[in-house]
Design a protein. Structure first.
Length: 556
């Protein structure tokens, strides 16, 4: 429970932040509320969520709008404890309490803001959060509103970036601290519900938190850190290649945002790496690998500092340990190259990186190669009216929607029937099947091996530009796919912007569990109807390094 007096302090601040006399949100007070919740935890996340959603339903639109602004601050600054609270059926029912059964001819401003919040949650934390399995009711509410005919506004990229996970390197201890906060929030909610099955889960969780029972999450956390360290190494390799090019030119291109993003990412990772080295002091082999990576980062940053200072000759003398001078096959990929490589190299050619996302960009991985045959795809002419929100049923079966109520809240279960069970157990929040949705584009086959299936959809094609979303499915029903990294190359006539993937793990049997978006542009601004793509997808199948690669020619 929250310490005595803290709950009252929280509620007073919430009321002050939403008082109708305010002409605009009190940002300082909103952040103070977030800090109070983060510091005290306990039952404060629930109390804040309940208080705010009640104010959202105020008949005074000024109070309701200020409450929605505060809710946005809480979601973006308080992490999983608040995410868990906004994913409860009780909260979601209250949030859409004033939504009519059928959409009105014109939405009120408050309705538009609520729809925008839900759309933002679906595109971000419901896809990229480490605990996205706990947020299924948000996806259900989105589908329910969509099936009723409600339209959702587009999500701004800057808003989504705040909620998506950071690509910064974290130590095992930092990740474990995040897990402890999440476990504490789950435990608090289970105890509050108080049902026998909830108390049983709470008892198991307390054993794990107190150390009486082995925590399986520890090994997963260590694997996650290993994966992030591999990414840092690949970023250093890419940065070194770009610095070599700059050395040959005699200076760094001041307009190259990608280069500066990589320098910043490597510089931020270095102190984190040194902290990880201190934590691994008992494992000589691990320390040796980490020290080698640290030497690489130091050398790359030294080279970048020399180039920035105009000392190109001195920069050329800096040798970066562990960097390969070989250039991968994708560098020379051209329209006349018809042979699919069995082993792709360690660098991407013919592509550029989105500056806003380049710090999260993954190069081609290394590992044992098992080439998959690429299939000739065909394009379905249906328009993708749902865009990136096309298929949100990641491993979640749909159920029939209840009808006959006068409001959206009327077709969901009462607040007292809230259950922490998986989404599939919720009949009230189910949707009447995908056939009730707006028609969406059917995914087209791209590549399929015994383990991994890749399909794609053409989101839009206008003139010399095309946007493609790749979908990844785990065909194994017993083995998990982890550390998945997808790389793509286009021919020299095209330019490629490859966005970061929505994640890196696929549980057994999951269909379309991950997505990755590619933006392709014809360099001469000419229209085109076909593409030739080389790809490489490296991943671990139950810990075994595996690589699928190939070349695909397709119409778009």
């Amino acid at each position: 429970m929250s310490p005595p007096g803290v709950s009252g302090k929280l509620l007073r601040r919430v009321r002050r932040a939403c008082r109708p006399s305010l002409d605009e949100p009190n940002i300082t007070l909103n952040l103070e509320i977030c800090d109070l919740i983060n510091q005290k935890q306990g039952n404060l996340p629930r109390e804040a969520a309940v208080a705010v959603v009640r104010l959202v339903n105020s008949r005074d639109p000024q109070i309701a709008e200020l409450a929605l602004t505060l809710l946005d601050y809480l979601v973006k600054n308080c992490g999983y404890p608040i995410h868990l609270q906004i994913s409860r059926k009780e909260f979601l029912n209250e949030l859409v309490k004033r939504f009519p059964e059928r959409p009105p001819a014109a939405y009120t401003r408050i309705q538009r803001l609520i729809l925008g919040e839900i759309a933002e949650w679906v595109q971000t934390i419901c896809r990229t959060s480490r605990y996205k399995e706990d947020l299924g009711y948000i996806r259900d509410m989105y589908r329910l509103l969509r099936s009723k005919g409600y339209d959702f506004p587009a999500v701004k990229s800057e808003d989504a970036a705040v909620l998506n996970p950071s690509d910064n390197l974290k130590s095992v201890e930092e990740l474990r601290e995040e897990e402890r906060v999440a476990q504490s929030a789950k435990l608090q909610e289970l105890i509050r519900r108080g049902r026998p099955q909830d108390l049983k889960k709470a008892n198991e969780m307390m054993k794990i938190m107190s150390g009486f029972k082995e925590d399986d999450e520890l090994e997963q956390t260590k694997k996650k850190v290993e994966s992030e360290l591999e990414k840092v190494g690949r970023k250093a390799d890419l940065l070194n290649e770009m610095l070599d090019n700059a050395t040959n030119a005699g200076k760094i291109d001041s307009g190259d945002d990608t280069l500066y993003d990589l320098i910043s990412a490597v510089r931020v990772a270095r102190p984190k790496l040194q902290k990880i080295i201190s934590e691994e002091s008992g494992d000589d082999d691990a320390v040796a690998k980490l020290l080698a990576l640290n030497d690489k980062l130091n050398a790359v940053l030294k080279k970048s500092d020399l180039l920035t200072g105009g000392h190109a000759a001195d920069a050329a003398q800096v040798k970066v340990p562990g960097s390969s001078d070989a250039v991968g096959d994708l560098i020379d990929f051209d329209d006349d190259d018809d042979s699919a490589p069995a082993d792709s190299g360690s660098a991407l050619g013919g592509s550029t990186i989105n500056p806003q996302n380049s710090v999260a960009f993954d190069l081609l991985g290394s590992g044992d190669t098992s080439t998959s045959g690429a299939k000739q795809p065909s394009v379905d002419p249906l328009a993708d009216l749902l865009g990136d929100l096309g298929d949100l049923s990641i491993g979640t079966p749909s159920t029939n929607a209840t009808t006959g109520g006068s409001t959206i809240a009327g077709v969901v279960s009462p607040m007292s029937s809230e259950s922490p069970a998986p989404v599939s157990d919720s009949v009230a929040l189910g949707v009447s099947g995908r056939s009730s949705f707006t028609a969406i584009r059917k995914p087209t086959p791209f590549s399929e091996s015994s383990n991994l299936k890749i399909t794609f959809t053409v989101n839009s094609k206008l003139g010399s530009n095309v946007d493609i979303t790749f979908h990844f499915s785990n065909l194994s029903i017993t083995k998990s796919i982890t550390n998945m990294q997808f790389s793509l190359a286009v021919t020299k006539r095209f330019q490629l912007l490859l966005q970061p993937a929505s994640g890196s793990e696929l549980k057994p049997g999951v269909t379309d569990g991950l997505t990755q978006v590619a933006h392709i542009t014809q360099r001469e601004n000419q229209q085109f109807d076909s593409l030739k793509l080389k790809f490489k997808c490296s991943y671990k199948l139950d810990g075994v390094d595996t690589v699928d690669s190939g070349m695909v020619s397709t119409s778009v």
